[in-house]
Ligand binder design. Structure first.
Ligand code: FE
Ligand code: ZN
Ligand code: FE
Length: 215
């Protein structure tokens, strides 16, 4: 049900500029600049939504590494919001956000899981799955925006965006690690239960039904 995420993002930066070979005309420059500002407004809103959504996920998570990882990423996300404000400033633009429907949808789906599942390994795996969708959105958004900034020759903005992109990638791989850990826990629990079933089945122990090892 929960697939291990093995995708590589090495080449994920959209090659939107391959058709813009050579130096940009002033017209192209202007269009790309508008596109960049638009991307930043989207992701600025997305990051602020994430800052609001993470505390509930942290509260619902049971696994200590998951809790800690999400809590660290919350702090990181707050810095990413400031980093975007720096990028706006470097572009001479007001830090304005534009409602990010994509992130709203991802977070809405994520919060359904929080109300449907009981706390435990399955809930934690569902939180990882939801959080990774968020990270992938961000990796894509920052990768694209950074590529545009580079094409515009704005190294300052490009560097800010690449830095956040790297943080999102590392948040994503940490979530993959937590998922492995959770699968191991889940397998261990299942094995224990199988053993118990065998013992009860052979009629050796207490005749009065088995008690579950699961919380
Ligand atoms: Fe972020
Ligand atoms: Zn968006
Ligand atoms: Fe993130």
């Amino acid at each position: 049900m929960f697939l291990r995420n093995t995708a590589s993002y090495q080449n994920s930066n959209l090659q939107i500029c391959s058709f813009l070979e050579g130096p940009l005309t002033p017209m192209e420059q202007e269009t790309l600049n508008e596109l960049l500002v638009d991307c930043l407004r989207d992701i600025y809103d997305a990051e602020k939504q994430i800052v609001k959504a993470l505390p509930k996920m942290i509260k619902s998570a049971e696994n200590a590494d998951l809790k800690e990882g999400l809590a660290n990423h919350l702090e990181e996300t707050k810095e990413q919001v400031s980093r975007l404000e720096e990028a706006f400033q470097a572009l001479g633009e007001n830090a304005k956000s534009k409602p990010c429907k994509g992130m709203r949808g991802l977070l809405e789906e994520g919060s359904e899981v929080l109300s449907d599942e009981e706390p435990g390994v399955m809930m934690d795996l569902a939180i990882v799955a939801a959080a990774q969708k968020v990270e992938h959105y961000e990796i894509s958004a920052y990768g694209t925006a950074a590529t545009i900034a580079e094409k515009l020759g704005n190294q300052k903005v490009a560097k800010l965006l690449r830095k956040t992109e790297e943080e999102e990638k590392s948040a994503d791989s940490k979530l993959t690690e937590v998922a492995f850990e959770l699968y191991d826990t889940e397998e261990a629990t299942e094995e224990e239960e199988d053993e118990e079933v065998e013992t009860v089945g052979s009629g050796a122990k207490n005749g009065g039904g088995r008690s579950s090892t699961r919380k």
